[in-house]
Design a protein around this ligand. Structure first.
Ligand code: C2E
Ligand code: MG
Ligand code: MG
Ligand code: MG
Length: 289
């Protein structure tokens, strides 16, 4: 009987595996048309300044509105775009879309200092056309490059150090900012921190989560904040979900945060309302303190 059960379980597992595999194959096929069928959409998550209690900009986060599967997260389909090379045209679209939508937002919100942060994949950075793509986007949209930051992950800089260094220097000369995403995870080498022209460290959520209770995390946060300070880099704390984490980061002197506590990433047409609600929430919190 046990054997039977074991066999059954195997069958179930196998079907599940096939289903997932099928999904992958389908997604891979459908991704080729996603751009032209206008199924890709950028959501925007506010970046919040703890000293001024203001939203200073947004991070663009991609979503795929799939006709059968519904909304698909980037963690599932960005790897497929990287394997197929589709990240190159899609990456260009992301930059164009994010920059042109920022200009619309600035006008709507009557604030021309708002910034946009764009995630770039390692594959994009290694593609010879990336620099020209960036220059094209700036020319086409007329956006001030100072308002754009590119978010890169540590692995890029480690694997192709010399190439990345030269490219990032050129991008910086345009006026754009370079952020290190998910700092403290993955390949952790401190060597690149002082050798590359980095403007800002995004502290990974793993250090932020429960930092109010966990003394070790608090110490890690202090250390990262000191490090950033020594190297004249700014900091954003990622994934702030609770008021206790918000208060802890503020107390530690972290100037900027992102996270569900402020707002989830939203489609562009929901940003105005979100900002209005945020203002009310701020007023309540300030009164309570
Ligand atoms: P990331 O750049 O580190 O983005 C932060 C992720 O954390 C986002 O997930 C965001 O929705 C989520 N997040 C923000 N605040 C909170 C919070 O308080 N709690 C929790 N639990 N999560 C929070 P998302 O949008 O699913 O993106 C996942 C990753 O996919 C991104 O990580 C980034 O590496 C990649 N990605 C997203 N959009 C793009 C894109 O346009 N291009 C590229 N190349 N990669 C992208
Ligand atoms: Mg990011
Ligand atoms: Mg991140
Ligand atoms: Mg991340």
């Amino acid at each position: 009987q046990a054997k039977m059960q074991g066999k059954d379980r195997y069958v179930v597992f196998s079907n599940e595996y096939k289903k997932r595999n099928n999904r992958y194959v389908k997604l891979e096929r459908d991704l080729h048309y996603a751009l032209e069928r206008e199924q890709l959409e950028l959501y925007y998550q506010p970046i919040y300044n703890l000293q001024t209690d203001e939203v200073t900009g947004f991070e663009a986060l991609i979503r795929w509105n799939h006709p059968d599967y519904g909304l698909i997260k980037p963690t599932e389909f960005i790897p497929i775009t990287e394997e197929t090379g589709l990240i190159i045209p899609i990456g260009k679209w992301i930059m164009e879309e994010a920059c042109s939508k920022l200009l619309i937002l600035q006008e709507e919100l009557n604030n021309n200092t708002l910034t946009i942060s764009i995630n770039v994949s390692p594959i994009q950075l290694l593609n010879p056309s990336i620099y020209d793509q960036i220059v094209d986007v700036i020319d086409q949209t007329g956006i001030r490059p100072e308002l754009i930051s590119l978010e890169i992950t540590e692995s890029v800089v480690i694997d192709e150090f010399k190439h990345s260094e030269a490219l990032l220097e050129r991008i910086k000369r345009l006026g754009m900012k370079i952020y290190v995403d998910d700092f403290g995870t993955g390949y952790s080498s401190l060597g690149y921190l002082y050798q590359l022209p980095l403007d800002l460290i995004k502290i990974d959520q793993s250090f932020v989560m429960m930092c109010n209770e966990d003394i070790k995390k608090k110490k890690m946060l202090k250390t990262i904040l000191n490090l950033a300070n020594e190297f004249k880099m700014e900091v954003i704390g990622e994934g702030v979900e609770k008021i206790e984490e918000f208060i802890e980061l503020k107390t530690l002197g972290c100037k900027q945060i992102q996270g569900y506590y402020i707002s989830k990433p939203k489609p562009i047409n929901e940003l105005k309302q979100m900002l209005a609600e945020l203002k009310l929430k701020n007023e309540k919190r300030t009164k309570a303190v």
